[in-house]
Design a protein around this ligand. Structure first.
Ligand code: FES
Length: 168
């Protein structure tokens, strides 16, 4: 009997969009080196070494493989609309000027729980230049502080790119 719950193939399940690291690569690194922390996984695979949006996903894999020792995630009491309003103000006042310094721009498409869907523009989109990764890391940190919970930055351009380059 087939499994009614769809589980993504670890070989194809992209965890870290910044560095294009799949779940399978992360699992192999954890198993081969008995890695115990996200930082150790980053040192081996680069995953979570960019904007940090995938930090919790890497931690989840560690928890699955070693058992969880961490406290439950903090959940913000804010609604999605309230988070969106805070994030839009943050981007207008603090983030967009920094993106513009890198000849980039950002447009929020929506907020769903801890996920912020956005599209970025500019010649450096999709690169892993330290200045761009630092900018994304800063964005995630500021959004998380504003919303009172760890937020994830889902860069739709990277998903589009994956779909157009995926041969399947
Ligand atoms: S998605 Fe993994 S560091 Fe950005």
């Amino acid at each position: 009997m087939s499994d009614p719950v769809h589980r993504p193939d670890p070989r194809e399940n992209l965890i870290c969009r910044c560095y294009q690291v799949t779940e399978a690569t992360i699992r192999q690194a954890i198993e081969a080196r008995n890695l115990r922390t996200v930082e150790a996984v980053t040192a081996r695979t680069n995953a979570a070494g960019g904007c940090s949006s995938c930090y919790d996903d890497v931690q989840d894999i560690l928890d699955q493989m070693h058992g969880s020792t961490r406290a439950r995630r903090r959940v913000s009491p804010l609604t999605n609309a309230q988070k969106r309003t805070l994030i839009l103000a943050l981007i207008r006042d603090d983030i967009r000027p920094l993106f513009r310094l890198n000849d980039m721009d950002i447009h929020v498409l929506g907020v769903q729980d801890d996920q912020v869907f956005a599209r970025t523009e500019g010649p450096l989109v999709g690169t892993t230049l330290p200045s761009v990764l630092t900018l994304k890391w800063h964005l995630v940190k500021m959004m998380s502080e504003a919303c009172g919970q760890k937020m994830q930055f889902i860069e739709m351009n990277m998903l589009d790119r994956r779909e157009t380059t995926d041969p399947n």
